[in-house]
Design a protein around this ligand. Structure first.
Ligand code: FPP
Length: 235
C-alpha cells in the first residue's frame, strides 16, 4: 500500500488477563501466564512489521494492592521472564530496558534486570521497554526531584529547565514518544501510563482480551493508526 506508515513506537496496556482466565474458569494468574506468552509473540510480530520501539505496562505502582497470591504470581512470572529474556534478546538482537522504580522489586529480580539491560544494551533490533512498578505520576515526581537537586547544587538554574531537559530526566530518556497506544479489553483509560509521553499519541481500544491478542489484531491496530494519520494529512 502506498504511504503505509508503521508506527515507530507502540505502547501497550495489556489488559484483560483476569477476565480471560475467569471465562475459562481458571485462576487469574493463568491469564497472566498466557499474557506473557502473547507478549513474546507480539514482540516478534511487531519487529517483523517494522516497529522499532515497543513499551508495555507489565506492573503498575497500583498493582501492589492486588491479592498477595496474584502479586506473587506476577513476580514469579517476571523472574522466569527476565531469565529467558537474556537468551532471547541475544537471539533476536533485542534491547530490553525497564522503566519504573525497580528499587521496590525483590533483589534477585533487580539483579536479573541489570544483567538483561547490560547484556542487551548494544542490540540494534527491537527496542523493548517493560514498565515495572511504573506509574506516570511517580516517574514525573522522580524527575522533578532529580532536577530540584541539580538546581539546589547549582549545576543548573531553574530557567534552564525546558521540555527537552525534562524528557531527558524521565525513565524513557532517548526513546521517542509513542505514536500509537493500544489498550486491550475495551477499557478506555490511561491508568497512569506514560502521562508525559502520550501527549500526542493516537489511542486504539480493541475489545480483544490481552491473551487472545493476535497478529491480525496488531495489523488492525496499525491500519487504524494509518486512517488517523490520513485524516490529519487531509487537514
Ligand atoms: C492487566 O490485566 C494485566 C496486568 C496487570 C499484568 C500484565 C502482565 C502480563 C501480561 C504478564 C507478562 C509480563 C511480564 C513481563 C511478566 P488484568 O489482570 O487487570 O485483567 P482484568 O482487567 O481482566 O482483571
Amino acid at each position: 500500500m502506498d504511504n503505509y506508515k508503521v508506527p515507530e513506537h507502540i505502547a501497550i496496556i495489556m489488559d484483560g488477563n483476569g477476565r480471560w482466565a475467569k471465562k475459562k474458569h481458571m485462576p487469574r494468574n493463568y491469564g497472566h501466564s498466557q499474557g506473557s506468552k502473547t507478549l513474546e509473540r507480539v514482540c516478534e510480530d511487531a519487529f517483523h512489521m517494522g516497529v522499532k520501539y515497543l513499551t508495555v505496562y507489565a506492573f503498575s505502582t497500583e498493582n501492589w494492592s492486588r491479592s498477595e497470591e496474584e502479586v506473587n504470581g506476577l513476580m514469579n512470572l517476571l523472574r522466569v521472564y527476565m531469565k529467558d529474556a537474556v537468551k532471547k534478546s541475544k537471539k533476536n538482537n533485542m534491547r530490553v530496558r525497564v522503566i519504573g522504580d525497580a528499587s521496590r522489586l525483590a533483589k534477585d529480580i533487580q539483579e536479573s534486570i541489570n544483567v538483561l539491560e547490560e547484556s542487551s544494551m548494544n542490540n540494534t533490533g527491537l527496542q523493548f521497554q517493560v514498565a515495572l512498578n511504573y506509574g506516570g505520576r511517580d516517574e514525573i515526581i522522580r524527575s522533578v526531584r532529580k532536577l530540584a537537586e541539580k538546581v539546589k547544587s547549582g549545576e543548573i538554574s531553574a530557567d534552564e529547565i525546558d521540555e527537552k531537559m525534562f524528557s531527558e530526566t524521565l525513565d524513557t530518556r532517548g526513546i521517542p514518544d509513542p505514536d500509537l497506544l493500544i489498550r486491550t479489553s475495551a477499557e478506555q483509560r490511561i491508568s497512569n501510563f506514560m502521562l508525559w509521553q502520550l501527549s500526542y499519541t493516537e489511542f486504539y481500544f480493541p475489545e480483544v482480551l490481552w491473551p487472545d491478542f493476535s497478529k491480525k489484531d496488531l495489523e488492525e491496530a496499525i491500519a487504524y493508526y494509518n486512517k488517523r494519520e490520513r485524516r490529519y494529512g487531509g487537514v
